[in-house]
Design a protein around this ligand. Structure first.
Ligand code: FNR
Length: 193
């Protein structure tokens, strides 16, 4: 069947530019025949990680719901803002909770990291920081990343990128990522024969 890709917008706020970028990536993936699940981190609300809560109550529902969505997919795309040149607490907290599940759901999943920010660096430093916990967990983080600078004026009314050159680069990144996931799925399939 088609490859299954979860596309996650990581900012909680309603007007999130990262949510708009996630929607656009989702449409590009659908156009490339992937089966796409576009979600937002605010669907998975959970308390701050606390080992006592984990011991007495287990994982919160939000973390388990995110685990389910991750288990469904072959690959995921994370569109995350950069807070103080690093990973937003909401994202790190979700990674920490979900990493407690066994089997650990981030392991061997392919991931593409993208970001949007009103600044001129587009949140790219946050993505480098995000690679650390994900690679630690065994996620195959795609080497190429995409960061949209001046994101507050980066989208047309129908949700495309204002800059057509950037739109093309995003599309190339997304399709190249999908081709890698496809090739790997094929390889794993051959190994299992
Ligand atoms: C920010 N923002 C920000 N932007 C950036 O490019 N580099 C940074 O280091 C930071 N740091 C930062 C810290 C905190 C606490 C906040 C709240 C914000 C701005 C951020 O990129 C901006 O709010 C984006 O619009 C967030 O993404 P969404 O919500 O539009 O998806």
């Amino acid at each position: 069947g088609p490859l299954r890709v979860l596309v996650l917008g990581a900012s909680l706020r309603a007007g999130s530019t990262n949510a708009r970028l996630a929607s656009l990536v989702g449409r590009m993936l659908s156009a490339a025949d992937a089966s796409v699940d576009v979600a937002r981190m605010r669907e998975f609300s959970m308390p701050m990680y606390d080992g006592d809560v984990e011991e007495t109550e287990g994982l919160p529902d939000g973390a388990l719901a995110l685990r389910d969505r991750l288990e469904w997919c072959d690959a995921f795309v994370l569109s995350s803002p950069e807070y103080n040149a690093s990973v937003p607490g909401v994202v790190k907290n979700a990674i920490d909770w979900v990493s407690r599940v066994r089997p650990q759901p981030f392991k061997t999943k392919h991931a593409l990291l993208v970001s949007a920010s009103p600044s001129m660096v587009g949140g790219n430093r946050g993505l480098w920081a995000l690679r650390v916990p994900l690679e630690h967990l065994g996620t195959r983080v795609y080497p190429d990343m995409f960061s949209l600078a001046a994101a507050h004026q980066g989208f047309t009314e129908d949700g495309q990128l204002t800059d057509s050159g950037l739109q093309q680069r995003l599309e190339e990144t997304v399709t190249a990522f999908l081709r890698l996931v496809e090739a790997d799925a094929h390889y794993v399939c051959l190994q299992r024969r």
